[in-house]
Ligand binder design. Structure first.
Ligand code: FAD
Length: 517
């Protein structure tokens, strides 16, 4: 064995003994041979939610997947170990999911970002990218566009990591057509809790592959993913249509997702009051005169907006204006309230970045984010809307409420992702995202934040019990809550934990399998 390896093992043993002792240990960087293990950092004990701040005892900044493997193989072999480990991507979780109280956070973004692209040669020969787990989707977009290619399925925001979104699902307006990001993965490289590096796929070590996709960081650390690519359009026709009736709004969304040959993207949001629309560009291009006036300022009313997009492949010679016009003729939006703009594909996919920059410049990015996301069966979507309106005051809501349809058959049934139970044969379900900001500088500090969290929990619990809704990017305060969340899928999830992480080392921030249980 190399001398450096022996040093690393000795030092890891010291680390574990100190982690298990009541005394504070790593105060400064320690020599762990080739392992870059540092004292805790502010980043590692916080996230986008700014609700929980759990400090780890140490942060591993891996230089290669081998560093992660070394750490985990040592921890899992040590019977002394009470140590937990959380992979942290970009830390855009809400409730401390990537945190590890008194454990070790693995900073995936310190892995070198490697992106290898393969362009298929023709009929049946697919294009794909091999990407490191800590790379961000924006990096993959930038690189793949150089070859005229791009992934098929996205999230709205791209400054998050491949491993982070694949541990959840990864959804956006393309999901109705191509499935979530986890349905677009050909192969993964995973370091298991035992420190083994396994290359898995739907046909090789399929149980690990399926466990890790949507697996909330419980079964292994994704160090590399092979992601399906398609030809990228040059431009996108991006349109918004407005409604004053919820039923008409959701009916039109369902109509759009039944036209995958013409429509490439469908989302939607609630306009809580007309004023809110004027106060924010909601990420429509700033240079566009987007100024709808419904004439309801004196008597506020709630509106709904469908957002759709059609890809413009210039080589195909399709007239996207005509396509959007033909689609809109079948829709029942408020006459004269259809707005559209043509933008580059890159700008369309990266649209939330504009909003981020604007919020950052006014100090509104780094505030509390008590977000709640749910998957709601179609049969319950009107009741869900009423439940939201009973619990949200349009006048003091900062943020966005997204509502858009997904199709159940685009989701595999073997991954760890949780959808509403498929009691009915209904294909359509909706994602509802309450993406709320709470600014301490505007009076929403501790008590106000707790009240919002309490209210969201009440919405989630009621929607779960009455409508069969399931949380996405879920947060449950107790293991019993998780048990209920998984429902009939619990046994498989728990079996996978026993198989791939029997000592419950991984993913402590999710609170699903507390250490010692
Ligand atoms: P982190 O927050 O760092 O980690 C999330 C979880 O994954 C943790 O449990 C962590 O331990 C685990 N994990 C991280 N990396 C790995 C890895 N390599 N291997 C195994 N486990 C790992 N989501 C959507 O689906 N659609 C959206 O449109 C969308 N928009 C968003 C917009 C914004 C502004 C923000 C802040 C979030 C949005 N999200 C969206 C949510 C986002 O997808 C998740 O929060 C995702 O986890 C973020 O990735 P991350 O790299 O920040 O992960």
């Amino acid at each position: 064995m190399e001398v450096s390896m022996v040093c690393t093992r000795v030092n890891l043993l010291i680390l574990i003994l100190s982690l298990c002792s009541p005394y504070k240990f790593i105060q400064s960087p320690m020599d762990f041979g080739p392992l870059n293990l540092l004292p805790t950092t502010t980043d590692a004990s916080s996230d986008f939610g700014r609700i929980l701040f759990h400090s780890p005892s140490a942060v591993l900044k891996p230089q290669s997947p081998r560093d992660i493997s070394l750490l985990l193989s040592f921890l899992s072999a040590s019977s002394l170990s009470k140590v937990t480990v959380a992979a942290r991507g970009a830390g855009h979780s809400i409730h401390g999911q990537a945190q590890a109280l008194d454990g070790i956070v693995v900073d995936m973004c310190s892995l070198p970002s490697e992106i290898d692209l393969y362009r298929g040669g023709g009929e049946g020969d697919i294009s794909y990218a091999d990407v490191s787990g800590g790379a961000m989707w924006i990096e993959l977009l930038e690189q793949s566009l150089k070859l005229g290619l791009a992934p098929r399925s996205w999230t709205d925001y791209l400054y998050i990591t491949i491993g982070g979104t694949l541990s959840n699902a990864g959804i956006s307006g393309q999901t109705f057509k191509h499935g979530p990001q986890i349905s677009n993965i050909l192969q993964l490289e995973v370091v298991t809790a035992r420190g083994e590096t396994v290359t898995c796929s739907p046909t090789k070590d399929a149980e690990l592959f399926n466990a890790v996709l949507g697996g909330l960081g419980q079964f292994g650390i994704i160090t590399r993913a092979r992601i399906l690519l398609q030809e990228a359009p040059q431009k996108v026709k991006w349109a918004r249509a407005f409604y004053d009736d919820f039923h008409t709004f959701t009916k039109d969304q369902e109509l759009l997702v039944s036209m995958p040959d013409s429509v490439d993207y469908v989302e939607g949001f609630i306009v809580l009051n007309e004023q809110s629309l004027h106060g924010s560009s909601i990420a429509f291009p700033a240079n566009m005169a987007f100024n709808p006036d419904f004439g309801s300022k004196s008597s506020p009313k709630i509106y709904y907006c469908i957002e759709l997009a059609v890809h413009d492949y210039q080589y195909k010679n399709t007239n996207v204006d005509q396509v959007v016009e033909a689609i809109s003729k079948q829709m029942s939006h408020i006459a004269s309230h259809l707005y559209s703009v043509e933008v580059s594909y890159f700008d369309f996919l990266n649209r939330v970045r504009m909003e981020e920059m604007s919020l950052r410049s006014s100090g509104l990015w780094e505030v509390h984010h008590p977000w709640l996301n749910m998957f709601v069966p179609k049969a319950g979507i009107s009741d869900l809307r009423d439940l939201l309106m009973d619990n949200i005051s349009p006048d003091n809501f900062e943020g966005l409420i997204l509502i858009y349809p997904l199709l159940r058959d685009k989701w595999g049934t073997n991954t760890s992702a949780v959808l509403p139970d498929s009691g009915s044969t209904e294909q359509v379900m909706f994602v509802v995202g309450i993406l709320r900001s709470a600014n301490p500088d505007e009076g929403c500090s501790h008590d106000c934040l707790q009240e919002l969290l309490h209210r969201h929990r009440r919405i989630a619990d009621t929607a779960g019990a009455r409508l069969g809704a399931k949380q996405y990017l879920a947060h449950h305060p107790t293991p019993a809550g998780w048990h209920q969340h998984f429902g009939p899928r619990w046994e498989r999830f728990a079996d996978r934990k026993v198989r791939f992480d029997p000592l419950s080392i991984l993913g402590p921030g999710q609170g699903i399998f507390p250490k010692g249980n």
